[in-house]
Design a protein. Structure first.
Lengths: 316, 240
C-alpha cells in the first residue's frame, strides 16, 4: 500500500515539476499539461501512439525488474533490445516463431555475457552491461551500413522484414509475458530463490540456493525479455532496422521498473504512464516547440523522487 | 600474551573469574575452562557409520560433537567449508551470523521457510513456537530468539541426517537458548549426527558426547567431555 502511494506520488511530482519548469521557460503550465494529455490519450490516434510506445517499455521494464529483483544491476536492456531486433530480422524468413525465438535467445545470450564476465573476472554487471550496449549499438550501425543494408543502398537501414505482426498481437504477447513474469516471481520456487538472492545473497547461500547459477538465470530471463521487446518492435512497429532502432527503450525501462517498485503487474501501469508521457511529449514538440526530451526529464524526476523516499536502495 | 602482560584478567560469561599478576599458562587455561563434565549421558546408538569426515570431525548418528575454541581460530571457515561440501539435501546448516546469513529480513516467514521446506508454515510456527502475528509477517520484524527459531524450523523441518550448528544460541535469552538445546537433543535422539561449533563452553559441555578443540585452523584429537574438562583450556590457548 505504502509502495503504491510512493509510486503514485513520484508520477504526480514528475508531471507537476514538468509543468512548472515549462512555466520557467515561458509556457503556460495549464496549456502544457493539456497538450500532454490530449497528445497521449486525447484521440484514437494519440492513444494508439501511447500503446505502441508502452509495449516495448513494458517488456524492457519487466527485464530490468527481474534483474533488479535478483540483485543484479542489468543496465543493458538497450543492447539486449538491439540484438533481439537483429536476431529477429535474421529469423524472419523462417516464420514468426523462429523470429521471436531468435530475439529471445539473442537477448538472453547478450545478457549472459555480462554474467560470464562476473564469474570469470568479477566484473560488475552495472559496467559490463552498459559497455555491451555500445557494442550492440555499433554492431547495429555496422549491419545497417554494411551487410544488412537495404537493396537500394540509399539509407542506412534494412529492407522491411518479410513478416509483420499486428499491434493487437503485440499487446497480447506483451501482457502474457507480464503475467508470466508475475507468476515466475511470486508463484514458483525459482522466483522465491531469485528474490531471496536479491534481498540477501548470503542468507540465500546458507539456505541452499546456488547463488551464482541463480544470478545467471535471472540475467538470461532479463535479457530474453529485452530481446523479445526488440523483436516485437521490429515486427509490429518499425518493420526495419536502422541506427536509432532502440530509441532509448532500454534505458527508459529502468525508470519504468523503478516506478513500478519492481512489481511485474505494476509495471503495466508504469509502462503506460511513461508511454503516454513520451507520446504526449512528441505532441508537445509539434504543437508548442518544446523539445520532446522533456519525457526524459520526467523519467529522471521519477527516479529522483523514488530515491528521496528511500524505496529504491542500491545493494551492490 | 604471556610475554607482554604484567597483569591478566580472565572473563567468562560476563564475570571476572581470575585476576592476578604472574599467572602461568596452566592457571589461565584452568580459569578459562572450569567446567565439570556432565555426568549423565544418554544412551545413543553404537557408532555405525561416519557421517562427517572433513579434516577431523567424525560424528556418528545420534551423536553431538562440539568444536570449541577461542573465536577466530577457523570456526567460521570450517562452517563455510562444510556448507559448500556436504550434500545439501541431507544436511541442515545453522549459520553463526543469524541476521546476515540466517534469515532474509525482507521476506515473510512463509517465504523464508519455503526456501528449504515444503511443510506448512502454520504448522512449523506452532511446532517451533515462533512468536509471530502469522506466516505473512516479515522475518526481520521478529525478535532475535524468534528469528533463530525460524532458522531452526527451516533447517530441521526436513529431518536432516546431519546438522551443522554454529553458535546456535549466541545472543539469545534463556528461554530461547533452552528451546534450541532441546531441539538439538531431540534431533540427536532421532538419529541425526550433530556438529556443534560454539564458543559457549557451558553449551558444549552440556550437550556434547565428544569435543574437539580448534586452534589456528586445526582440530585437536577427539576428547571425551571428561578429558576436555582438564585439557581444553591448554588446547584453546595453543599450549599442547
Amino acid at each position: 500500500m505504502k509502495q503504491i502511494a510512493i509510486g503514485a506520488l513520484a508520477a504526480i511530482v514528475a508531471v507537476v515539476l514538468l509543468a512548472l519548469s515549462g512555466a520557467a521557460f515561458g509556457h503556460a503550465p495549464g496549456a502544457l499539461l493539456s497538450t500532454l494529455v490530449s497528445g497521449s490519450i486525447g484521440s484514437p490516434f494519440a492513444l494508439r501512439g501511447t500503446i505502441i510506445k508502452s509495449i516495448p517499455l513494458l517488456l524492457t521494464g519487466l527485464s530490468v525488474a527481474i534483474a533488479f529483483r535478483a540483485g543484479v544491476w542489468n543496465i543493458g536492456a538497450e543492447g539486449q533490445f538491439i540484438v533481439g531486433g537483429l536476431a529477429c530480422f535474421l529469423g524472419a524468413p523462417f516464420g514468426f516463431v523462429a523470429a521471436l525465438a531468435a530475439s529471445v535467445l539473442a537477448g538472453a545470450l547478450w545478457a549472459l555475457a555480462a554474467s560470464l564476465l562476473r564469474f570469470w573476472r568479477n566484473a560488475p554487471e552495472v559496467l559490463t552491461t552498459i559497455l555491451l550496449n555500445f557494442v550492440a549499438i555499433h554492431l547495429l550501425g555496422y549491419a545497417v551500413n554494411g551487410p544488412m543494408q537495404e537493396a537500394k543502398k540509399q539509407y542506412p537501414q534494412t529492407d522491411a522484414a518479410t513478416i509483420a505482426l499486428s499491434t493487437a498481437a503485440e499487446v497480447v504477447i506483451a501482457v502474457a509475458v507480464c503475467i508470466a513474469a508475475w507468476i515466475l516471481l511470486y508463484r514458483t520456487q525459482e522466483g522465491l530463490r531469485l528474490r531471496a538472492t536479491g534481498f540477501n545473497p548470503f542468507a540465500a547461500l546458507w539456505a541452499g540456493v546456488n547463488v551464482n547459477a541463480q544470478i545467471a538465470r535471472a540475467m538470461a530471463i532479463s535479457g530474453a525479455m529485452a530481446g523479445l521487446a526488440g523483436g516485437l518492435e521490429l515486427l509490429a512497429v518499425t518493420h526495419r532496422l536502422f541506427e536509432r532502432f532502440a530509441a532509448g527503450y532500454g534505458y527508459s525501462g529502468i525508470a519504468v521498473a523503478l516506478l513500478a517498485q519492481l512489481h511485474p503487474l505494476a509495471t503495466m501501469l508504469s509502462a503506460v504512464f511513461f508511454g503516454a508521457l513520451e507520446t504526449g511529449a512528441g505532441e508537445l514538440q509539434r504543437a508548442s516547440g518544446v523539445s520532446s526530451t522533456v519525457a526524459t526529464f520526467g523519467e529522471a524526476v521519477v527516479i529522483l523522487v523514488l530515491i528521496a523516499f528511500g524505496s529504491f536502495r542500491a545493494r551492490d | 600474551m604471556l610475554a607482554v602482560a604484567t597483569r591478566t584478567i580472565v572473563m567468562r560469561r560476563g564475570r571476572i573469574v581470575a585476576d592476578g599478576r604472574g599467572l602461568g599458562a596452566q592457571d589461565l587455561a584452568k580459569a578459562m575452562v572450569d567446567v565439570a563434565p556432565a555426568l549423565t549421558r544418554r544412551a545413543h546408538p553404537e557408532p555405525a557409520e561416519s557421517r562427517l569426515c572433513i579434516e577431523h570431525p567424525h560424528v556418528h548418528a545420534g551423536e553431538i560433537v562440539a568444536i570449541i575454541g577461542v573465536a577466530g581460530n577457523g570456526q567460521t571457515e570450517l562452517a563455510a567449508k562444510l556448507r559448500d561440501t556436504l550434500p545439501r539435501a541431507a544436511t541442515a546448516h545453522i549459520p553463526e551470523d543469524r541476521t546476515r546469513d540466517g534469515i532474509i529480513a525482507e521476506m515473510t516467514i512463509a517465504d523464508n521457510l519455503a526456501l528449504a521446506t515444503a511443510k506448512s508454515p502454520e504448522e512449523l510456527i506452532s511446532k517451533f513456537s515462533i512468536r509471530a502475528t502469522g506466516p505473512r509477517q516479515l522475518a526481520g520484524k521478529l525478535s532475535g530468539g524468534n528469528q533463530q527459531k525460524l532458522v531452526l524450523a527451516r533447517e530441521l523441518a526436513r529431518e536432516p541426517r546431519v546438522i551443522v550448528a554454529a553458535e546456535p544460541t549466541r545472543g539469545l535469552d534463556v528461554e530461547s537458548t533452552r528451546f534450541v538445546h532441546d531441539q538439538l537433543r531431540d534431533a540427536a535422539a532421532r538419529g541425526a549426527a550433530i556438529l556443534l561449533i560454539t564458543s559457549d563452553l557451558d553449551e558444549a559441555f552440556g550437550l556434547a558426547d565428544a569435543i574437539h578443540v580448534i586452534y589456528r585452523g586445526k582440530l585437536s584429537e577427539r576428547l571425551t567431555p571428561a578429558e576436555a574438562a582438564s585439557r581444553a583450556g591448554a588446547l584453546m590457548a595453543g599450549l599442547q
